[in-house]
Design a protein around this ligand. Structure first.
Ligand code: FAD
Length: 416
């Protein structure tokens, strides 16, 4: 994938498909970078770009709504001459004629196309998954359905002990619902966090009344008549539920790109400027699989910082500006009063160092390479460890493991 030697006409038209965090930010970065041509932002949801992270927390507790979650105020789009077309789905891309066909029958011409189609909740693999009591959480509309059902005393079954499942479990307990989390793997957060973190979060949630079934799968949900359903597990256990939330991961919305013949592999393949194989087409955010130069691999990141970074890359490339400085990937998750911050990826790890005290709810797990370089850090209620760990991942400096292990030594003094 080259950085396209194709000049964008001065009054060119950038069409962005997907009005989420990445798409909305790309429109703003284009204007910040001095792009003066036409921008059209096409989104299939009824809301202008908004933040999804609060959907599993503040929204459920009634502390956020469609307006407070907006990425930018409603007047931003008109003021910056961004044509916002909501409730409109892009159906197909004609790469030869550079057109996007949309559901209202129109075809929108583009000079540059940015695919920012995000991801969707993975469907539940059990019988009864389409019953009204079985919910998922990706959009504000999903969050509203969940919020209405989360009454004090409600019996809530959460399928999946990943970030979304655990965040909803914490919110539901705070709202005095009864919560059981069913996780297929033997530990929580199995795909995304280390075993030390899994046990910590298990204990923390249990102390606050969340029940767990680890190593168990749901085989079926049966509507047992109003108001409850019966959830069947693979070991024969039956649980009663007023609602079942499925949080078993997300799949990238890559179908538009695939149908247009763009290479995809669980995400649209892009380079470090978010460009696809076609020099006229970019892809950004959750729908992409991108190079990770620090780790010598490609990865599909599902995070707000990644959506922002790739939106900057695409805007810079479209405006023929220098590439933005590479960023170390990071992510956060808020559960009860815990703030988990993660930077880097635990790849090529020779040693795991725990710094601080999990019993005091404040610690960090550092993943260190054989060359004593930090590859990743997972910090619970410990922002200095996160900040310094993230810096050290980016700088590739070696660290002294003894000093790293000793929480009495300042984190600023661990680099050699
Ligand atoms: P999205 O925000 O999904 O936006 C894509 C948009 O494109 C959607 O509106 C979609 O409907 C639309 N679209 C798709 N196809 C089409 C089409 N053909 N035509 C028109 N429109 C289309 N990240 C963090 O970093 N920290 C967190 O704590 C965190 N918490 C989260 C909690 C929840 C409940 C969820 C769901 C996500 C959370 N995330 C978190 C992830 C974060 O929200 C995503 O990484 C981010 O939203 C990605 O932005 P995006 O623009 O790529 O995708």
């Amino acid at each position: 994938m080259s950085n396209g030697d194709v000049e964008l006409p001065a009054a060119g038209h950038v069409v962005i498909v997907g009005a989420g965090h990445a798409g909305g930010s790309a429109a703003a970065f284009l204007r910040n970078s001095g792009f003066s041509g036409q921008i059209t932002l096409i989104g299939d949801e009824p809301l202008a770009p908004y933040q999804r992270p609060p959907l599993s927390k503040a929204w459920l507790k009634g502390e956020a709504n469609g307006e407070s979650l907006q990425l930018r105020p409603a007047h931003f789009y008109a003021e910056h001459d961004v044509s916002l077309r909501l409730c409109t789905q892009a159906l197909a891309i004609d790469r030869q004629r550079r057109l996007v066909h949309v559901a209202d029958g129109q075809s929108v011409p583009y000079d540059r196309l940015v695919l920012a189609t995000g991801a969707r909740a993975r469907k539940a693999p059990f019988a009864g998954a389409s019953l009204p009591a079985v919910l998922e959480l990706r959009t504000a509309a999903d969050a509203e359905r969940l919020k209405v059902a989360l009454r004090p005393g409600a019996k809530v079954i959460i399928v999946g002990g990943g970030y979304v499942g655990l965040e909803v479990a914490a919110s539901a307990r705070t709202l005095q619902a009864e919560v059981v989390v069913i996780e297929r793997e033997a530990r929580l957060l199995a795909r995304v966090a280390c075993p030390e973190l899994s046990s910590f979060f298990l204990g923390y949630h249990r102390q606050r009344g969340v029940a767990f079934r680890l190593g168990r799968s749901v085989t079926a949900v049966v509507d047992a008549g109003k108001p409850a359903s019966t959830v069947y597990l693979d070991d024969g256990e039956r649980l009663t539920a007023d609602l079942v939330l499925v949080g078993v991961g997300a799949v990238p919305n890559q179908e538009l790109a695939l149908a247009a013949g763009l290479p995809c592999d669980d995400g649209v393949l892009v380079d470090l400027m978010a460009q696809t194989e076609d020099p006229h087409i970019y892809a950004i955010g959750d729908c992409t699989r991108r190079p990770m130069p620090l780790y010598g691999c490609r990865w599909r990141l599902e995070s707000v910082p990644n959506a922002l970074e790739q939106a900057k890359q695409a805007a810079a490339s479209i405006c023929a500006k220098p590439a933005p400085a590479p960023e170390t990937p990071w992510f956060w998750s808020d559960q009860f009063d815990l703030k988990l911050q993660i930077a880097g990826l635990p790849i090529d790890v020779a040693e795991v160092v725990v710094r601080g005290n999990p019993d005091k709810d404040r610690f960090a797990v550092f993943h260190v390479s054989a060359e004593r370089r930090i590859q990743a850090v997972e910090a619970v209620n410990s922002p200095p460890d996160f900040v310094m760990g993230r810096q050290l991942i980016g700088s590739r400096k070696q660290v002294d493991l003894e000093r790293l292990r000793n929480a009495a030594v300042s984190i600023k003094e661990i680099a050699i």
